[in-house]
Design a protein around this ligand. Structure first.
Ligand code: ZN
Ligand code: ZN
Length: 363
């Protein structure tokens, strides 16, 4: 059985557990995950019942997908996606139908009006997203290619980076390099935050120039074959204030402590706690203002989340970022982020090849 057929079968098993006859899927990433259809949100609907599946899209996609869908997935070509979905629901005799909770409310109302009168049509949060938290071999291979391309691009970037470049110039150069190394596109606007701006966890690249004595945090994610990397490294422009070197060492140790404990069965909150306690004990607890990490894959932010409030258990196949940080307002900040695969016996750091020694760029 192919990867996509297996994913649809996993969803069909989940439908039984959820006591549903079928699920109507419109999210582009969820459709892609299940069928390899790359049209995107708004370009089709996927209806999956316990026994059948159909992708409903329009003629723009006919030639590309009529013979390319997973075995057993029917293909309906029409501009009226919603009407056709309602026709299939009636034809298949579905009574308890779920739809993605992320669906816009006006779309839900329209579909609800079209559905046969005896169909219970209810929002189901996170069904396909839950399956996507566990990566299969095809996904792991793409994630490894994405990590490798991003690492090569960053290693080239740091050969070229110098005082006086603007943050935007650095971001644009890294974005150009990732294509040379085989990535397709960025999964978010590359973050380059220098000096006092490094205290902004999501500081987008600005026209500020890099100056001597600053830390520069660079956070980037690039797609290869639909799967993204998500990496952060912090570098130094020449020698920096001793407190900045100190927080660098603390963040690095927090990152490594969290990496060391990751294994199946551990709670996501525990991974967060290991990183957070180390930073807290070093006196910077209040300066670590976000969760320790998140899942990534087709989307840059997926489950599970590594936060104090999360209550999931890690399983083999989770792909997690581990990204503790310390942010000192007006002074600077550090974040170090790796991408880690949970394996049956522990974990594999896909970004281990990218050094975490503090890189000092001298003039
Ligand atoms: Zn990131
Ligand atoms: Zn991240």
């Amino acid at each position: 059985m192919g990867f996509f057929e297996q994913r649809i079968q996993n969803l069909q098993k989940l439908l039984i557990n959820l006591d549903l006859d079928g699920l109507l899927i419109g999210d582009g990433m969820n459709m892609r995950y299940l069928t390899d259809f790359k049209g995107g949100t708004g370009d089709g609907l996927l209806l999956v019942s316990r026994e059948q599946a159909v992708l409903i899209t329009d003629a723009r996609y006919e030639n590309e997908y009529q013979d390319a869908l997973p075995a057993g997935v029917a293909f309906d070509v029409t501009r009226g996606y919603d009407e056709q979905a309602a026709r299939r629901v009636k034809e298949w005799g579905l009574k308890r139908l779920g739809f993605e909770a992320s669906m816009p409310y006006d779309r839900y109302e329209r579909l609800d009006d079209l559905m046969p009168i005896n169909v219970a049509f209810d929002a189901v949060p996170g069904a396909v997203e839950a399956l996507r938290e566990v990566k299969d071999e095809m996904e792991v291979a793409a994630l490894k290619r994405a990590a490798a391309a991003s690492i090569k691009a960053f290693e080239q970037l740091v050969q070229e980076i110098k005082v006086g470049m603007t943050e935007k110039e650095v971001a644009n150069r890294l974005d150009a390099l990732q294509k040379e190394y085989g990535a397709d596109k960025a999964s978010f606007d590359t973050i380059v935050a220098s000096g006092y701006r490094a205290a902004l966890p999501h500081g987008g690249a600005s026209d500020k120039q890099l100056a001597a004595g600053e830390l520069v945090t660079i956070d980037f994610g690039y797609y290869v074959d639909g799967y993204t990397s998500d990496i952060t490294r912090t570098i130094a422009m020449g020698s920096v204030d001793p407190e900045l070197s100190k927080i660098y060492d603390i963040v690095r140790q927090a990152n490594e402590n969290a990496l060391a404990v990751i294994k199946p069965g551990l709670s996501t909150a525990e991974v967060d706690r290991v990183a957070r306690d180390y930073i807290q004990e070093a006196g910077y607890g209040a300066a670590f203002s976000h969760a320790t990490g998140h899942g990534a894959g087709l989307d840059i932010h997926e489950g599970p989340v590594l936060s104090t409030r999360s209550s999931d258990e890690l399983v083999a196949g989770n792909l997690l970022t581990v990204e503790p940080g310390i942010y000192l307002a007006g002074k600077g900040g550090v974040r170090i982020e790796d991408d880690v695969l949970v394996t049956p016996t522990g974990s594999e750091n896909l970004t281990a090849a990218l050094s975490k020694d503090l890189l000092v760029i001298d003039d």
